[in-house]
Design a binder for this molecule. Structure first.
Ligand code: NDP
Length: 460
């Protein structure tokens, strides 16, 4: 069953044919880039209702233009490990769309990084950033460097080499990277130091996710996880439910996951499981977040160590098995395609009420269909995890104004932004004949802002 319900008018058929035609070209041009094609397919399908109603987006060639990055930079990153061996990784930055502001999006360091992954993330980022209501375009970058098991010195030498090349293409009004998988405040700090040294000036707004002592924003660390929970709270509220007394499963145990767990717990939920790429832990008494923070943020250890400290808990060495744990709310916060059709079916048969995507594209297209067919409240990544980039934009604003706002001030702004994203996405879904379909609503609401700006700026 398609994600978007069929409406058969001549205009809809015309829009559908147009979308299929453009998608065929995208497939030919980007062969074997499966993640990228998956992200494009989801967005394109959702846009059929708006293309049918507002044909200027077709005549102005918006789809053909928006799907092609403005620029892709690929570069060599040579560095020397602790034993004196020369290593070479590949670096990427995709500057996808600058219609509404400087390119903005994180950097991912993970061995799976390739052009397809960076392009899917960059493409999604265009619409997500527009949804935040902040003046930021879409971009993304990273490297196939694996930070796991590397010493602090190796991380520093790698990130310095990475920035030595990247600095030629970024700047506070041009392109502003941040963190993502494998890139946290330590890596941002090293990159900022190297950028500053190479440029010979203090351009605080060139990176976000900086330490609060040198231009970072309060709440940036918590923003994506908190934002996801704020978004899901809105979805639940509409159905007369809340986090209070609900059972929650959160995948991952990194930045997004830890702060999603923290906020869910604050709102009265019991979080019973989290994971890393090796396996998951199940603690029926409720996860002890202080232990997870100590293991992951301080000691950089594996999640299985949790059961050494809390022996009543269980460790299972199978990452995706986490979705077999019965829960009311599932928050996938690790990586792309971590919930497939079968996992989605298991979640549904165990009575899941809501799914909020903290990670980018964690549900396959088939999994999304399963949730929608079974009336599970579904918060897609573009909307649900937009809190991180929203606070990044607030960090840029503080850097420009040479001010820093209090935790409460930034948190209140974050909450407002998440509420607004929910409202705009619901309204778009309603206006385009798909009430409650947040996949369609978020894609259309984000698309419209970017497409209108592109039309105003001519064919560039
Ligand atoms: P972190 O590196 O802090 O944490 C990632 C977590 O996911 C770790 O527990 C990691 O386990 C696990 N993980 C990573 N890759 C895989 C994989 N291939 N299979 C299974 N588990 C995996 O990253 P973040 O928390 O920052 O990012 C998580 C997700 O959220 C990503 O999809 C990211 O794009 C998205 N996101 C992040 C934002 C941010 O502000 N940081 C903003 C918006 C979205 P292990 O330690 O074993 O690798």
């Amino acid at each position: 069953m398609p994600i978007v319900k069929e409406v058969n008018t001549t205009e809809t058929q015309f829009a559908r044919d147009y979308v299929n035609e453009v998608f065929e070209t995208v497939k030919k041009r980007n062969q074997n880039e499966n993640e990228f094609l998956q992200a494009v397919k989801e967005v394109f399908e959702s846009l059929i209702p708006i293309l049918a109603k507002e044909p200027q987006y077709i005549s102005q060639g918006i789809l053909e233009r928006i799907v092609e990055p403005e620029r892709i930079i690929s570069f060599r990153v040579p560095w020397v490990d602790d034993k004196g061996n020369v290593k070479v990784n590949r670096g990427f930055r995709v500057q996808y769309n600058s219609a509404i502001g400087p390119y903005k999006g994180g950097l991912r360091f993970h061995p799976s990084v390739n052009a397809s992954i960076i392009k899917f993330l960059g493409f999604e980022q265009i619409f997500k950033n527009a949804l935040t209501g902040q003046p930021i375009g879409g971009g993304k970058g990273g490297s196939d460097f694996d930070p796991k098991g590397k010493s602090d010195g190796e991380i520093m030498r790698f990130t310095q080499s990475f920035m030595t090349e990247l600095c030629n293409y970024i700047g506070p009004d041009k392109d502003v990277p941040a963190g993502d998988i494998g890139v946290g405040s330590r890596e941002i700090g090293y990159m900022f130091g190297q950028y500053k040294r190479l440029r010979g000036g203090y351009e605080a707004g060139v990176l976000t996710g900086k330490g609060v002592g040198y231009g970072g924003s309060l709440v940036r660390t918590e923003a994506t996880g908190y934002g996801t929970v704020y978004f899901v709270e809105e979805m639940l509220k509409d159905k007369g439910r809340s986090f209070k007394d609900s059972t929650v499963v959160v995948s991952g145990s990194g930045n997004v996951s830890i702060y999603a767990m923290e906020k869910a717990m604050e709102l009265g939920a019991k979080v019973v499981a989290c994971s890393d790429s090796s396996g998951y832990i199940y603690d029926e008494k409720g996860i002890n977040l202080e232990t997870v923070k100590q293991l992951k943020e301080v000691e950089r250890k594996r999640i299985k160590e949790y059961v050494e400290i809390h022996p009543h808990a269980k460790y299972v060495e199978e990452f995706s098995g986490i979705w077999s744990i019965p829960c009311d709310i599932a928050l996938p916060c690790a990586t792309q395609n971590e919930i497939d059709e079968n996992s989605a079916k298991t979640l549904v048969s165990n009575g899941v009420v809501a799914v909020g995507e903290g990670a980018n594209m964690p549900s396959t297209l088939e999994a999304i269909s399963v949730f929608q067919e079974n009336n599970v409240l579904f918060g897609p990544a573009k909307a649900a995890n937009a809190g991180g980039v929203s606070v990044s934009a607030l960090e840029m604003a503080q850097n420009s104004a040479r001010l820093s706002w209090s935790f409460e001030e930034v948190d209140a702004k974050l909450k407002d932004i998440m509420k607004n994203i929910y409202k705009e996405s619901m309204e778009a879904a309603e206006n385009y004949n798909a009430p409650g379909n947040l996949v369609l609503g978020a894609n259309i609401a984000g698309f419209k802002k970017v497409a209108d700006a592109m039309i105003s700026q001519g064919v560039v």
